[in-house]
Write a protein that binds this ligand. Structure first.
Ligand code: KG4
Ligand code: ZN
Length: 342
């Protein structure tokens, strides 16, 4: 019997407000990447409503999977394994993807590979950077997470720093709401910051004592709220663009400072950013410059692979599959799943 060369993964992602499916070949080539975003729906409420997210996932998931298989010109017969995000995320949202993946894997007699959402975000970097291989360091910045991660090998991680309170993306979203930009806040702050002065207001840069790689963003968020309230009480006008740009600078300064501290301390030569906030233009620029100055190769995914998608889950699932990870029919959604846990 001739050995089958290509490994095709059908991947499913439904941890928050995107219903997504993708087909990935040999862990690096995306044959299809279908994303049905619920952003317009949740914008009405100023944030993600978990109940609505779950219901929308159940409505869309079959169409998204059919489209992913169709666009990749594959059928379930060609697929080697089903990869699915099983945590962390919104439990009701995760359950839709997990139940779907189990049903398909069972009916089609394919192996099931559960994937950690953050592992997926990091793996997004493998899609466009064929030369990137572990070991490297990664800063994962999303709506729910801010992690500084040492990627020791495929599927092997040490978290060396994390946020003590708000995630970076969460801070962007909350500040955007406070200054009247609405949801989703990150991209809006990024855009309006281009018209503002990042040095206009000195918002605090928090460093956590005795934990040089940890983050804290609740202070800067409160400082923005206090600043706005102060202006209102004095009857003074404030500039939305200056607040946005100064806030963005305060957050990115801390992200870059901690990342570079790790680069120097651990003598890192490759650094990759990941997650929704990795789309932020100021963060990309600042990290690129800081890495270049130190001769460190810097990687970041295109925006489509920064935000939640299933292609990144397919990449992570491929490496997990190769490492022998298989999940049983008892796989469940784990809303607070830790990186590196099985
Ligand atoms: O990774 P992601 O799509 O979902 C989670 O896993 O959380 O990240 C979404 C987060 C949101 O908080 C959004 O405001 C933020 O990423 N975000 C940005 C930008 N684009 C998305 N934050 C700053 N600048 C951006 N350009
Ligand atoms: Zn995410």
């Amino acid at each position: 019997m001739s050995e089958k060369k290509d490994v095709l993964i059908l991947a499913i992602e439904s941890s928050c407000d995107e219903t997504a499916a993708a087909v990935v070949k040999n862990g690096r080539e995306v044959l299809s990447n279908i994303i049905s975003s619920q952003i317009d729906l949740h914008t009405l409420y100023g944030g993600v409503v978990p109940e609505i997210a779950s219901r929308k996932h159940i409505e869309k998931i079959n169409q998204v999977i059919e489209a992913a298989l169709g666009e990749a010109h594959t059928t379930l017969d060609d697929i080697d394994a089903i990869g699915v995000t099983y945590g962390p995320g919104l439990v009701g949202a995760l359950l839709v993807g997990v139940a779907e993946a189990k049903a398909i894997a069972y009916a089609a007699k394919k192996p099931l590979v559960g994937v950690h959402h953050i592992e997926g975000h990091i793996a997004a970097n493998f899609i466009e950077h064929k030369d990137l291989e572990p070991p490297f360091f990664s800063l994962v910045v999303s709506g729910g997470h801010t992690h500084l991660v040492r990627v020791k090998d495929y599927g092997k991680f040490d978290i060396i720093g994390r946020t003590r309170d708000d995630a970076a993306g969460e801070a962007f979203d909350k500040v955007a709401r406070a200054i009247g930009l609405g949801y989703p806040g990150g991209p809006k702050i990024d855009k309006v910051s281009k018209e503002g002065n990042p040095e206009a207001i000195a918002f605090p840069r928090a460093h956590v004592e005795d934990a040089p790689y940890d983050f804290s963003f609740s202070g800067v968020k409160s400082a923005v709220l206090n600043y706005i309230n102060g202006c209102k009480m004095k009857g003074e006008a404030y500039s939305q663009a200056d607040i946005a740009a100064s806030f963005q600078k305060a957050v990115t300064d801390v992200l870059v400072a901690n990342a570079i501290h790790a680069v120097e301390e651990y003598q890192v030569d490759k650094f990759a950013i990941a997650g929704g906030v990795a789309s932020n233009s100021a963060l990309r620029e600042a990290m690129k410059e800081a890495c270049q100055e130190r001769g460190v190769k810097f990687y970041y995914p295109s925006p489509i692979y920064c935000t939640d998608n299933a292609a990144m889950i397919g990449v992570a699932a491929y490496y997990e599959y190769r490492n022998g990870t298989r999940h049983g029919w008892d796989l469940n959604a784990v809303p607070n799943l830790k990186l590196g846990e099985r």
